[in-house]
Write a protein that binds this ligand. Sequence first.
Ligand code: PNS
Length: 168
Amino acid sequence: MSGEIIAIYPGSFDPLTNGHVDIIQRGSRLFDRIVVAVLLNLEKSPLFTVPERVDIARSVFASYTNVEVDTFDGLLVEYARRKRAGVIVRGLRAVSDFEYELQMALMNRRLNQEVETVFMMPAEPYTYVSSRLVKEVVALGGSVTGLVPSVVESRLREKKLARETLRA
Ligand code: PNS
């Protein structure tokens, strides 16, 4: 449909946190369509495979008709062009996020003037939540209840059990 505003929300999502969920919900209210785009990266030791991350996001947003979950590689702005998206959404938690986000937004603008980066703040309880910290807390036996969707919490528990069994 012409005139539709399509937004891309790119990231690693290893794993999806409630901070990501909050931003996607805000995006789904603001834009006609929001595409959660999981980067097919070459990170050496991700916790979740890309198909697992896609599967988790699809199950969390199964009831949202304007949320799509996809994967991408290569330049984000080229992917945005292919999806006919005019907006890249990024979440900003704290000042510490700003420098990296500013660099990416300006580089993406240089690469494609037609795509605008829009920053959104997550709800306050999620301003300190990151995938990296979630993984660290779980690995060390702490609880992440309320910080990630319940499907992520149970999959994290399964992964931890599997790793412990392998080590035993
Ligand atoms: O959630 P993340 O891991 O911080 O997301 C980073 C992401 C996926 C947005 C970024 O690495 C990216 O856009 N990668 C695609 C490659 C690209 O376009 N690079 C130039 C943009 S500055």
